[in-house]
Design a protein around this ligand. Structure first.
Ligand SMILES: Cc1cc2nc3c(=O)[nH]c(=O)nc-3n(C[C@H](O)[C@H](O)[C@H](O)COP(=O)(O)OP(=O)(O)OC[C@H]3O[C@@H](n4cnc5c(N)ncnc54)[C@H](O)[C@@H]3O)c2cc1C
Length: 311
């Protein structure tokens, strides 16, 4: 069997590309190495997304579930936990090789986001020892935070948004190594209006405890002091793992992301791309931009495969 289109990655970009492809009746398979939903489910499932049009506020997991349901209802074939390792072939047919099998297709859209991303680590004393014993890199579900003393590390939107979630059920502190947060103004306002304690210009020296986390030691200038904690959440960014792209014989930017033209075509015939995995001047990594680029990528794949008279 041969697909018209195989989409690699089922985040907002990949799912939207699938929805658009099915409006053109393209036989479409979407593959994801992890859970369907991309960063929305793996990094911030409980966060309220406030900038996706049509929803004043929607929990990230719910938004992703809606995209997933829409793609499924339009008969996209969707497989989770199947990692793409290679894309072989040339102009007439591409073969997508995964860790479970291989699929023949006329076109491919790469929507792999930040790849098999991992959270950035602090590299401080106690970090490894207490991982999963009260130290984590993704905020646990709200129910697990009730009554705890939560200390969040980071100064960007993610750290503040997660601290705001924690603040609704737990005593929460946010620690940032600079004297100013790097976030949207709406988050600064929400933080100022909350009960969150902010500790600025401070570095994490160590995470301390016995069988679980009990405190963190911070350093501010020459002063060293302890803050009691039951849960330490480190949200200082994610490291992209873009190794897969190197094997796919596609032209990359100096940062290892994919180069595309205005129609979302990569340097390989029949392979298109969208979302966080691509870069161009003015690129803004957001759900809505991933979805917009996906519509273009899907349209380009349609023209490439079906060659309509008007294209
Ligand atoms: C903490 C945080 C909060 C954010 N909040 C917002 C917000 O409020 N609003 C907003 O608009 N944006 C927000 N963003 C940004 C937004 O999540 C991303 O821009 C968006 O997820 C990009 O979508 P994508 O489909 O390109 O990639 P992703 O969501 O990264 O999905 C890519 C998928 O590809 C899969 N994959 C990778 N490699 C392979 C492979 N080899 N084979 C198969 N599958 C593979 C991955 O498993 C993943 O599921 C936030 C980001 C973070 C980190």
């Amino acid at each position: 069997m041969r697909y018209d289109l195989i989409i690699i990655g089922a985040g907002p970009g990949g799912l939207t590309a699938g929805i658009y492809a099915r409006t053109r009746m393209m036989k479409t398979l979407i593959l994801d190495a992890a859970e369907i939903g991309g960063q929305l489910v793996s990094l911030y499932p409980d966060k309220a997304v406030q900038n996706y049009p049509g929803y004043e506020r929607i929990q990230a997991r719910k938004l992703s579930d809606k995209m997933y349901a829409q793609a499924e209802s339009m008969d996209c074939e969707i497989r989770d936990r199947e990692k793409v390792n290679e894309i072989r072939g040339g102009n007439d047919e591409l073969v997508v090789i995964t860790d479970k099998g291989q699929y023949h297709t006329s076109s491919v859209i790469v929507a792999t986001g930040m790849g098999m991303f991992k959270p950035k680590k602090m590299g401080c004393k106690g970090e490894e020892e207490f991982e999963n014993k009260g130290l984590c890199y993704i905020l646990p579900p709200k129910e697990d935070l009730i009554g705890k003393r939560v200390v969040v590390f980071g100064g960007g939107n993610s750290a503040i948004e997660m601290a705001l979630i924690a603040d609704s059920v737990a005593e929460t502190t946010i620690v940032h190594r600079r004297n100013e947060f790097r976030c949207d103004e709406s988050n600064t306002m929400a933080l100022n209006a909350s009960n969150i304690r902010s500790i600025m210009s401070s570095e994490l020296v160590s995470v301390n405890g016995d069988d679980a986390v009990r405190s963190v030691t911070l350093k501010k200038g020459d002063e060293t002091f302890d803050v009691e904690a039951d849960l330490v959440v480190i949200l200082i960014g994610i490291s992209a793992d873009l190794e897969d792209l190197k094997r796919w014989d596609l032209e990359l930017t100096k940062d290892g992301l994919l180069k595309v033209d205005d129609a979302m075509c990569t340097s390989r015939n029949g392979i298109f791309a969208c979302g966080d995995v691509i870069d161009y001047d003015g690129k803004y990594k957001q759900i809505i931009t991933a979805c917009g680029e996906a519509a273009t990528a899907s349209n380009s794949a349609y023209k490439f495969v079906k060659k309509p008279y008007w294209a």
